[in-house]
Design a protein around this ligand. Structure first.
Ligand SMILES: C[S@@+](CC[C@H](N)C(=O)[O-])C[C@H]1O[C@@H](n2cnc3c(N)ncnc32)[C@H](O)[C@@H]1O
Ligand code: SF4
Ligand code: SF4
Length: 390
């Protein structure tokens, strides 16, 4: 069990079972931990001492060429960090108090030193997780994957159903999942949910249930990289956004699959007016870019999350920049400045105005309400229309 002091109390991380819990000062004391100098002010959860999780693109190299790829992956970045520089970056994150690094790309397995980096992450006390297409998986590679806390294979739909990848992808991803599961690796699936993959969800849940996959992680399609220009035709519709949360509950119960939505889908959950206390207890956060979460590019550049443009902060400057960077402060400040309907929304303190990567791309204003939140759409529909020409 690892812990980190925070102004409100602390964060506790366990490997088995894997969880991260935000706990109050009293709970920390009950664990036999001494009081912290951080505990002199308010107990509100505000700006953390460090992110809990950093999503690290270890390379931009990838042979798959997916049309929706938010990283526009293909060629390696000219300034891709070397093995030593990457280790230094991992050391810097561990020193800050980060718990998890989610390694991805590009295709992380295209980096020959991936296992060396993952082992180093463990050595410095970080839990490395991995997202992969599965295309480079072999039984030997799968055996080595036990260094990761969890490996997620990307699969948006089962064979023959509409997804975001080439038709040959399902067979390769299915084979990779079989190898990982038989090697005893905690394994999940990453599914990109957009207009075309939405109706394929029932069959994907059925597949997860029968395959014995740990977790189905549902990522909202975002307008970034190659996924930008087609976003308006590919994004989930308003009707799908309203149906999402009840559908996931039904399918999760039916197939006994743990389904997790990403931060950008929190508005679609809020639409069903869940109890806020339950959301807090389940640590369901909306946009936590630049606070709970950071993105890191293969050249060491830091962004608020993987879907946002990079900041001018590098991973090596993060210790000083975490509290000082104006760009990071701006990302953390959205909730205080949101326009209606977010300003009066009961869920604003959790949601933070929805996905700001979507707002930035669609409206040109990163601090605008998420244009696809069902509340925001209905608010727009109910607003008095400007008088037309007479
Ligand atoms: C960029 S990929 C890198 C890892 C690996 N190459 C793979 O295919 O899984 C990381 C994850 O982002 C998802 N993804 C790609 N483009 C996306 C987009 N525009 N919006 C949301 N998720 C996206 C992928 O499906 C994958 O699960
Ligand atoms: S902008 Fe915010 S809500 Fe959107 S993906 Fe990034 S952290 Fe999540
Ligand atoms: S109205 Fe704004 S704050 Fe409320 S759920 Fe929608 S995006 Fe989030």
């Amino acid at each position: 069990m690892k812990y980190r002091y925070e102004t409100f109390g602390g964060i506790i991380a366990s490997d088995a079972p894997p969880f991260l819990a935000f706990v109050d000062r009293q709970y920390m004391r009950e664990q036999g931990l001494a009081d912290s100098p951080l505990w002199s002010g308010s107990e509100e959860i505000g700006v953390l001492c460090a992110p809990t999780e950093v999503h690290l693109s270890v390379t931009n190299r990838c042979p798959s060429g997916c049309a929706h790829c938010y990283m526009s992956a293909g060629e390696a970045d000219e300034a891709e960090l070397s093995t030593d520089a990457f280790k230094e970056a991992l050391g810097a994150l561990a020193e800050l108090g980060v718990f998890h690094v989610a390694m991805g790309g590009g295709e992380a397995l295209a980096r020959e030193d991936l296992f060396e980096l993952a082992a180093y992450a463990r050595e410095v006390g970080l839990v490395p997780n991995l997202t992969t297409s599965g295309h480079l998986m072999t039984p030997e590679v799968a055996e080595r994957m036990t260094v990761f806390g969890q490996v997620n294979v990307s699969m948006d739909a089962v064979d023959g159903e509409p997804g975001y990848r080439a038709p040959s992808h399902f067979g390769k991803a299915d084979a990779a999942l079989t190898m990982l599961l038989s090697a005893g690796v905690p394994t999940g699936i990453n599914c990109v949910v957009g207009r075309r993959s939405f109706d394929a969800l029932p069959k994907l849940f059925e597949y997860c249930g029968s395959k014995g996959v740990n977790e189905l992680e549902l990522l909202r399609l975002k307008p970034a990289g190659r996924g930008g220009p087609t976003y308006s035709e590919e994004k989930t519709t308003h009707e799908q956004n309203k149906r999402l949360a009840p559908l996931l509950e039904t399918l999760g119960n039916k197939w006994q699959v743990v389904a997790k939505i990403d931060c950008s889908f929190v508005p679609m959950l809020a639409y069903h007016r869940p109890d806020k206390e339950v959301l807090y207890r389940l640590a369901t956060f909306g946009c936590e870019a630049g606070n709970v979460l950071l993105g890191g590019r293969s050249n060491g550049q830091i962004s608020g999350c993987s879907f946002l443009d990079g900041t001018c902060v590098s991973v090596f400057e993060l210790k000083e920049a975490w509290h000082a960077s104006e760009e990071l402060k701006r990302l953390r400040g959205f909730a205080a400045t949101m326009a209606e309907p977010c300003a009066s929304c009961h869920y604003l303190d959790i949601c933070k105005g929805g996905c700001h990567a979507v707002s930035a791309y669609v409206t040109g204003d990163i601090s605008a309400p998420d244009p696809d939140c069902p509340f925001v759409v209905e608010f727009g529909e109910s607003a008095p229309k400007a008088a037309g020409p007479t």
